[in-house]
Write a protein that binds this ligand. Sequence first.
Ligand code: AVJ
Length: 338
Amino acid sequence: FPASSARFDAEQNGKRPTKEDGAMTPIQDVLVRSIPTLVLYDDNGLDIFNDITHVDEYYITNAEMQIFKDKSSEIAHTHVGNNGVLIELGVGSMRKTRYLLDAIVSQNKSVTYYALDLSAQSLTQSLQPLALQFPSIKFVGLLGTYDDSLLYIKEHLTRDENSTRTLLWLGTSIGNTTREEAAEFLARVKDCAMQEGDVLLCGIDRRNNASVVKAAYDDPKGVTRAFILNGLRHVEHIFGGERDELFPLSKFEYVSLYNAELGRHEAYYRSLEQQRVEVDVDNTSHVFEFEEGELIFIEYSIKYDGKDIKQLMDQSGLRWAKEWADQTERYSLHCFAK
Ligand code: AVJ
């Protein structure tokens, strides 16, 4: 959470985000300070995100569930080996993975399922019921960052030459990183965890109609707003502040923008007044001053159309193999091969 400015986009033109900018127009080429997106995903944030997945306007979860419901037997048949290994990057709520595991079991395949996650709580909550429901599948949880887990996989998971690996990266998690970072990450996944013939099934949101995206990320019940504002609570907690002591929620609001041109939703905090926040880190005081209307960047949700996917393949070195879409054609599950 450095006070330094984060550089956005190509050009720096010194323009300050204003209230008017924020409300209606996507802002580009402005300098704003930022908070690492990861602060959104503490245990409380994960719980609220789980609530988001039940919000009607948040079409993403339903779309992906529907794809798994309809296509799991095809996916299990074609892309999961017997004595194969499944590796899911980020466990999520497992509502969709269940369909795939069902199909695997009914095809009498035996697999080991590795689930990676940053949160011990979500690993336990997700894997315990699955282990009961699917006794023939072996479940292994890997706790840590993606990078920790990829290294572990590279160094410790022995390869059975006859079995294929099926990696899963679902829920358009890819949207949280820039396109460049996403390509670099896929290249790392490819190098650390895949061999020729293995596949990565990757759920990715498309560049949908702006009103559809806006409704999904600024839902009328305010679940998304609560999710984003919890990030400030978390930052406050990191700095040792009491609830509402450093970042009072009466002085910040959630700003949701869909930048259609760049195909990404952008989430910000807006300081509602001029204010100064003083925090103490290792006995050194740091002061953050915010202007009235100032935006602080917190999260991208980046969308991919066909051209974007092609670029992702070119940059990552993976090969596009196949795609399944939901009925509304808003969302895709892509199959990328090594
Ligand atoms: C967890 C990154 C997939 O970008 O759609 C949902 C997070 N943020 N609503 C997304 C999120 C606001 C979500 N991902």
